[in-house]
Design a binder for this molecule. Structure first.
Ligand code: HEM
Ligand code: HEM
Length: 174
């Protein structure tokens, strides 16, 4: 039977990933401005970003698998057009949450720098390839900016429901 609220595991993944993703987006935008000096600060923050990004990549794989098998929720009581818009933007966020870590990871595979996962150095999967690295950097950039845009729309929709329509939308994700 369809339910009014998302299941506990979806709620946990939603809030955990929301916090980590917002931190990761902020970190990414901040770290690229760090100077290329000899202090090692830039490399250190890039390694934090890569580790967090790979962790997020694993979490989103788990979330996608769970989204396929989890119990369904009833759609919100609103016009069909709005329902399609909400469903479409949620699906697009899922796609971007996959493309962002994947493009970041593959780009780093083709860069000359080693990849570390919270300190542990991963084996080299491919030889450095500047052309591929450049293309994947552009894909990463577009994926993260598109995700940022959709998250902003998601927040506007949330505020609209919660405070203007006053339909207590947040109860579905609690
Ligand atoms: C990076 C940040 C976020 C992402 C990527 C995100 C993504 C999503 C996705 C994909 C869904 C669909 C349900 C699911 O499959 O889990 C959803 C539902 C929801 N989100 Fe977010 N979310 C984010 C942040 C937030 C924030 C900050 C709020 C509110 C303050 C919020 C409120 C909600 C609510 C209330 C729902 C339920 C909507 C419904 O059942 O129709 N989200 N979110
Ligand atoms: C959900 C996961 C991720 C998010 C939201 C994210 C977000 C960002 C943002 C906002 C930037 C700055 C804008 C830009 O120049 O592209 C950035 C840059 C970067 N990210 Fe990520 N990232 C994620 C995962 C990863 C992963 C898994 C890796 C590598 C293992 C990675 C490696 C990089 C690198 C090397 C840069 C510097 C610019 C470049 O060379 O492309 N990211 N990321």
């Amino acid at each position: 039977m369809d339910r009014e609220q998302h299941d506990r595991f979806s709620v946990l993944l939603h809030w955990l990933m929301a916090a980590l993703l917002i931190a990761q987006l902020g970190l990414g935008l901040w770290m690229i401005e760090l100077p290329k000096d000899n202090t090692g600060a830039r490399a250190w923050w890039f390694n934090v970003h890569k580790s967090m990004g790979m962790l997020l990549g694993m979490l989103i794989l788990l979330r996608v698998c769970w989204a396929v098998v989890r119990p369904r929720v009833v759609p919100l009581d609103m016009p069909r057009g709005k329902q399609l818009l909400a469903c479409g933007s949620h699906r697009l966020m899922y796609v971007l949450m996959l493309v962002a870590p994947l493009s970041g990871f593959l780009g780093s595979v083709f860069s000359p720098y080693p990849i570390r996962f919270f300190g542990a150095r991963l084996p080299r999967l491919a030889e450095p390839w500047e052309g591929a690295k450049e293309v994947l950097s552009v894909v990463h950039l577009w994926a993260v900016y598109s995700l940022l845009f959709l998250v902003a729309l998601h927040l506007i929709a949330f505020v609209h429901h919660q405070f203007i329509l006053k339909d207590n939308l947040i109860r579905r994700m609690r």
